[in-house]
Design a protein around this ligand. Structure first.
Ligand SMILES: *Cc1c(COP(=O)(O)O)cnc(C)c1O
Length: 409
């Protein structure tokens, strides 16, 4: 029925450790076993890097009937299938396709549900390159995008027109961390031909499973938590049964595929995702709580905090959180933020996140808010909390905050 290729757990020919994992097993166990078939790889634990364009057929009949699992490198290899099976299993979807980046997963997913004359609703807190794709490419193709307040919930019903075909969500937003009420949005759209897409990069399917809450398509920047070591670009698209055919077709039509080495790195990263997420969840929340107590921090934007406006929904729908969050400082002179950033010893200044090393960036909001706004008198800073000793990170941040404070009156 679904596209998972793991052998059935009842297959009597399969040995222990062969990737024959029941759907009922926990996500942590599936992360370790799904997508690995050591008996097909001479006993090797990990599925190797299959570099391929051409795949040979044993005879003309096999070629004409397309009756082998792999036919051409772009259309899948054991290296890509290994990753697809893990994500499909974790997201509880009908199938998964891989892309060379998170952004290409988003653009492909959007192109699979909208066309000329359609209207798309997008959260105002969306990842900025997603907004640029909607306002640029999709607009040129005749798709109208309108933005909505991420706190809208059931109120989304008021924005619908007969042309509305899709809603693109991201919960929480990756700079400002607003939580969206996916079940309320799904309820408001029920019975209409409107697809719900969601970017689930932050929480990962270990902590949030949008397809079970009413979404149709889930995308990931696998670049972040799946790869997990800041050394590859990767994207995934997982769809439910009603959306799987169009995702598979659009992905195929666009000629997208992920490189074999990157598939290997993603598959390897996924094996330890559960233990990394558990650790990141604890560390980031602990650091967020600590920052709430530090001067001159004004507020901390982490949905796991009781002070966060989305906390109740977060507690209801998520079982944990990711490794990034933001905090707000009272706006100071320009030198203040340079002094904070440039003196950091452990936090690197760089975009992306999800690796083992801590990062700090300055979110900028020049063109990326249309229906919501942020306080003018605040300076936001986003952190990715890495795997260094938390006390060392706190000492680094404390010194940074002191540098900032010397510039405030
Ligand atoms: C990084 C990121 C993306 C884009 O992923 P790339 O692999 O950089 O293209 C999309 N969504 C979110 C939430 C991200 O953090």
């Amino acid at each position: 029925m679904n596209d998972r290729r793991a052998p059935s757990p009842h297959d009597t020919t399969a040995d222990a450790g062969q990737g024959n994992v029941a759907d009922s097993m926990s996500a942590q166990t599936r992360l370790v076993h799904v997508g690995r078939h050591p008996r097909q790889q001479h006993g090797m634990v990990n599925t190797p890097v299959y570099r391929a364009s051409t795949v040979l057929y044993p005879n003309l009949a096999a070629y004409l009937n397309h009756d082998q699992e792999f036919e051409y490198g772009r259309r899948g290899t054991p290296s890509s299938r290994a990753v697809e099976d893990v994500i499909t299993s974790l997201e509880n979807g009908a199938g998964t396709r891989l892309t060379p980046s998170g952004l290409s997963a988003i653009s492909c997913a959007l192109m699979s549900v909208v066309g000329a004359g359609d209207e798309l609703l997008v959260s105002d807190s969306i990842y900025e390159p997603t907004r640029i794709f909607c306002n640029g490419y999709l607009a040129r193709m005749g798709v109208t995008t309108r933005y909505y307040d991420p706190g809208i919930g059931a109120g989304i019903a008021e924005l619908l027109t007969p042309a509305t075909r899709a809603v693109m969500m991201e919960s929480p937003g990756s700079l400002t961390f607003e939580i969206q009420d996916l079940p309320a949005i799904a309820d408001a759209l029920r019975g209409r031909d409107i697809s719900i897409l969601i970017d689930n990069t932050w929480a990962t399917p270990l902590f949030y499973r949008p397809l079970e809450l009413g979404a149709d398509i889930v995308v990931h920047a696998g670049t972040k938590m799946f790869v997990g070591h800041s050394d590859a670009m990767f994207g995934t698209i997982t769809a439910n049964r009603s959306h799987w055919d169009r995702v598979k077709t659009t992905h195929g039509d666009m000629g997208l595929c992920a490189g074999a080495d990157d598939c290997f790195l993603a598959a390897r990263g996924l094996r330890t995702l559960a233990i990394r997420m558990k650790e990141f969840n604890t560390r980031a929340l602990d650091m967020a709580r600590w920052l709430e107590e530090q001067a001159p921090v004004r507020r901390v934007l982490h949905p796991g905090l009781a002070s966060h406006p989305g906390h109740a929904i977060f507690k209801r729908d998520f079982s944990g959180g990711g490794c990034t969050f933001s905090f707000a400082l009272p706006k100071g002179p320009e030198e203040a933020i340079h002094a904070l950033f440039d003196g950091m010893e452990l936090f690197g200044i760089g975009v992306s996140w999800g690796g083992y090393e801590s990062l700090i960036i300055l979110p900028q909001f020049t063109n990326n808010r249309t229906v919501t706004s942020l306080p003018e008198d605040e300076q936001l800073v986003r952190l990715h909390i890495g795997l260094e000793e938390p006390d060392d990170l706190k000492a680094d941040l404390k010194k940074g905050l002191e540098r900032y404070r010397t510039f405030l009156d």
